[in-house]
Design a protein around this ligand. Structure first.
Ligand code: HEC
Length: 424
């Protein structure tokens, strides 16, 4: 059918094309000048987003936890007016909450095919067939999932089409029953392959689809629903907790959840990918721990032991032995992370900053900057590096400009003292 505006469109199409060309050129040159940024890729609810700079997660308007650069979350909603995104966060007590991040601190992340398959199967279960097809089609674009995604799509879509035909024409009921039978078989295969999160919603979806056709007898399920329900719940929870722990370098915790998840869902692709990455850093932390213990026993080995412990804890923040060692060497650590303002301090630091100011800075530094993590060795960063950290972290810690500058006064002086070998 001809739309009434088509004539107008045709007559102005030349003008419009010219106009578009000019605008495009203008946009390109502005972009080169850095005046206009390229349009940010759109946020899609349910898709993963990645944190682009370390940030705070807020819950009901209050700081709730730190989010590390690179950490991924599932997007619940983008509130463009308030410039925040809502993402889901699983608490240790197993409650899922919606937390917010500034939208300029996140970007859309590449979807994971294996997770898209599960989401697609869940949409199928909930009878949102278009969304199910979209997700499974997207998963099948990943080479590794082309075969599984393609097969799932064909069987799911076959059943959806057959059910619609059977609703219109009772003579097609048998054909519909056959496609549902195929879904049952697929669910059974997936369960046997160690994928309860995929098998369960598919099997449940067959029930819901069958119920749409009056008088259709759906063959019995071939899977142990209760067992799959339990496994899927464990693995999905374990995956979220492992992902959160891994992002914050709590590798011991991550490793525990990965094991839990793989016990419940042995073929969980994301957990299987994460496992060797976590293990590699854990092994490295173990090895640094061994080095530290050896160094500690040697005369004057403390400095090397400290470095090894510090490096190890940077890799793995919840390493029990490293944390114990750090406690044992707490005094030695203090000398390199936050030396006291002793009488020797100012001459060594070669600063004229009043002692009182330095002490104030130290107090702020040791109290406020340890709320979320341990202090770092002062000689591990340049002064510019520290200034950048205090500026970005100070915002997260809710510090005023004056407080940040006190902290920097102390850090600048203390760094010189540490590099001179300490004020004792
Ligand atoms: C509200 C929690 C919180 C507070 C308070 C906090 N930090 Fe952090 N900090 C984090 C988190 C989370 C990370 C993990 C890494 C990241 O997000 O980039 C981190 C990382 C760091 C790092 C390592 C960064 C890297 O790239 O290796 C330094 C250094 C640091 N913080 C310094 C500070 C200083 C200085 C203060 C005080 C002004 C401070 N932090 C206060 C949460 C906090």
């Amino acid at each position: 059918m001809k739309r009434p505006t088509s004539n107008i469109q045709r007559s102005t199409s030349n003008e419009a094309a010219k106009c578009a060309a000019i605008l495009a050129t203008l946009a390109a040159s502005l972009m080169i000048l850095g005046i206009v940024r390229a349009a940010a890729p759109a946020f899609v609810n349910g898709d993963p987003v990645r944190v682009t700079k370390s940030e705070m997660l807020d819950f009901q308007g209050k700081n709730f936890a730190g989010a590390a650069k690179g950490q991924e979350f599932t997007l619940l909603k983008h509130d463009a007016a308030r410039k925040v995104v809502f993402v889901s966060f699983l608490k240790d007590d197993n409650t899922m909450i919606a937390v917010t991040l500034p939208d300029e601190a996140v970007e859309p992340a590449a979807p994971r095919a294996s997770l898209d398959l599960v989401r697609g199967a869940e949409e199928f279960r909930d009878q949102r067939y278009d969304e199910a097809k979209r997700l499974i089609t997207r998963a099948a674009q990943d080479k590794q999932y082309a075969a599984l995604g393609g097969a799932l799509y064909a069987r799911m879509n076959g059943a959806i089409v057959a059910a619609a035909q059977a609703r219109a024409n009772p003579a097609s009921k048998q054909a519909a029953a056959t496609t549902l039978q195929t879904l049952r078989d697929t669910a059974e295969q997936l369960a046997k392959a160690g994928l309860p999160s995929l098998a369960l919603p598919l099997d449940e979806g067959a029930d819901h689809l069958g119920a749409q056709v009056a008088g259709l007898t759906v063959s019995a399920s071939k899977v142990d629903r209760a067992d799959l329900t339990k496994r899927a719940a464990i693995s999905q929870r374990a995956y979220l907790l492992a992902r959160q722990a891994f992002a914050l370098k709590k590798l011991v915790t991550a490793s525990k959840h990965i094991k839990e998840g793989l016990d419940a869902e042995p073929a969980h692709a994301e957990l299987k990918t994460m496992q060797p990455l976590v293990q590699k850093d854990l092994d490295e932390a173990d090895s640094l721990c061994k080095t530290a213990k050896k160094m500690q026993r040697q005369p004057n080995g403390a400095v090397h032991a400290l470095s090894a412990i510090d490096d190890g804890l940077k890799l793995c923040t919840d390493h029990t032995d490293l944390r114990e060692l750090r406690k044992t060497l707490a005094a030695a650590f203090e000398e390199r992370t936050s030396p006291e303002v002793t009488p020797d301090f100012r001459p060594l630091a070669k600063v004229s900053t009043p002692t009182q100011v330095l002490e104030e800075g130290r107090k702020l530094y040791t109290n406020r900057c340890t709320e979320c993590h341990d202090l770092e060795m002062l000689d591990g960063r340049t002064l510019t590096g520290w200034a950048g950290m205090v500026s970005s972290m100070g915002r997260r810690a809710g510090l005023s400009e004056a407080q940040k500058s006190r902290i920097m006064d102390y850090i600048a002086a203390a760094k010189t003292v540490v590099e001179a070998g300490g004020a004792r």
